[in-house]
Design a protein around this ligand. Structure first.
Ligand code: LLP
Length: 448
């Protein structure tokens, strides 16, 4: 608990709350005018220059998260899951930091290739890969394709003109009890082949009989926003057991084990997040024990973090449009964005915090609900947020930990274009993705 939580009156006395470094980018400060700066740039200046809503992305934070993974998993391959956020610049940063890249469509593949990512370091995912997308991936020379159905094996063997390395996606029957929409480790679901099943055997049998397909390993992804390390240890034990069974039955010793992503981040102060040193220890210990038990050579481990690389690097800026006090009810602060730039609240019940970014949040505070501008009563961005009682239309609110699955999940519902992404670094800012304009929306509508 912070001092301000114990003595809320201190806040009213003019003490400026600390910006929690588990939730905000590390380079977040208040400047001499009381404005929040990220990466050395005042967020209020970004709002003035690029308008709102705007996604701000701290390049240094993204890079330092890549470095943290390399530090704690020095022997593993770190494959960034591009679905969390993929732009050409982000792809360049992660490649420059030595990470590989997971893409799940021809669109993501195109961004990766346009940014010069080595195709050999690209991994293609998806439970339903259209034929044309498989063809594009093979022609581009992607390093690995994660096989998710028997049909795909037939298509791949028909398409591959040179040996194509593949992994087989297996569901390890581990329920991490996350939100149903992101529960991927359990057996009865659309991804992968159930561990220990005849379906796994059939898939392996089919792959190893194709001379142009090289089965290098197994893949599993047990879910998202997981802060407990134990399920990863269990996944290692089960997957090594499965690799040993495949060796015993088919005489094939797989060399790669991809453990997927899913590492939790803190969205609000006090939220649990994945502890990388602990995760590293449990993966190592489970590997040692399982490999010894099955007499299996240590495979090369891969991890696929998405959210844990980019979430905390992102801060979304909104302008307050109105403040409405409902008698006997809540205070609604309506902003100029909402469920289209952040669908995570409506989709997964995600919880966020926000602070005023253009001045010191000193003086008395109120508890408010931050409402979006979209024509749906459920378009709420955050509940129970402490904001200054004198908050006025035109002021800038900053919502932290919005770098993952925000821009990539955004839509243009209600005919509102998607926000731009502005990168900050060393006191400079630059636009990575421009705002979607009404002209952009209109030009797709070609019918009469
Ligand atoms: N690898 C595979 C095969 C995946 O399917 C995913 C995420 C990841 C890695 C990266 O997971 P992460 O480390 O980012 O949790 N839209 C949801 C998350 C969906 C995740 C889908 N797969 C959200 O906003 O919470």
């Amino acid at each position: 608990m912070t001092l301000l939580e114990i003595f809320p009156s201190l806040r009213e006395g003019g003490i400026v709350p600390r910006l929690d470094s588990t939730v905000w980018p590390r380079e977040t400060h208040y400047d001499a005018d009381g404005r929040i700066t990220v990466g050395g740039v005042a967020l209020a200046d970004i709002a003035d220059q690029y308008g709102t809503p705007t996604y701000v992305l701290d390049e240094g934070e993204v890079r330092s998260r890549c470095q943290a993974y390399q530090k704690w998993f020095p022997e593993a391959e770190i494959i960034y899951a591009g679905k969390a956020l993929l732009t050409r610049a982000v792809a360049e940063w992660i490649a420059a930091e030595g990470l590989s890249l997971d893409v799940c469509s021809a669109g993501e593949l195109a961004v990766a290739l346009a940014s010069g990512v080595d195709p050999a370091k690209i991994v293609l995912h998806g439970n339903g890969k259209p034929f044309g997308e498989l063809e594009k991936a093979i022609n581009a020379g992607v390093g690995r394709i994660v096989v998710d159905s028997l049909t795909e094996i037939t298509l791949l063997s028909a398409l591959a003109e040179r040996p194509q390395r593949v992994l087989l996606r297996v569901t390890p029957d581990i329920d991490v009890h996350g939100h149903p929409a992101v529960r991927t480790g359990v057996t009865d679901q659309k991804f992968g082949f159930p561990i220990g099943s005849t379906a796994v055997k059939e898939a392996v049998d089919r792959i190893v009989r194709q001379p142009n397909l090289e089965l290098v390993g197994l893949h599993c992804h047990i879910g998202s926003q997981i802060y407990d390390t134990f399920p990863y240890g269990e996944a290692v034990r089960r997957m090594i057991g499965e690799m040993a069974r495949i060796r015993d039955e088919f005489g094939v010793t797989l060399t790669d084990l991809d453990l997927g992503g899913g590492h939790a981040v803190a969205y609000r102060s006090g939220d649990a997040e994945m502890n990388l040193p602990e995760l590293s220890d449990i993966v190592e210990d489970s590997l040692d024990a399982a490999c010894q038990r099955h007499g299996f050579p240590r495979p090369r481990i891969a991890l696929e973090p998405g959210r844990a690389i980019v979430a905390r690097a992102g801060v979304t800026l909104y302008r307050v449009l109105s403040v409405k006090h409902v008698e006997g009810g809540h205070t609604y602060v309506t902003v100029d964005g909402g469920m289209c730039d952040n669908p995570r609240v409506a989709l997964y019940g995600a919880r966020y915090d926000a602070v005023v970014a253009n001045r010191h949040p000193s003086g008395p505070h109120m508890t408010a609900t931050i409402a979006g501008r979209y024509c749906e009563a459920g378009d709420i961005l955050a509940h129970d947020v402490r904001l200054p009682v004198d908050l006025r239309p035109g002021e800038v609110l900053a919502m932290p930990c919005t770098g993952a699955y925000h821009h990539s999940l955004a839509s243009s519902y209600n005919g509102v274009g998607r926000p731009p992404i502005v990168a900050v670094r060393d006191g400079q800012c630059r636009e990575l993705v421009r705002r979607e304009t009404i002209d952009d929306l209109m030009c797709r509508d070609i019918g009469h």
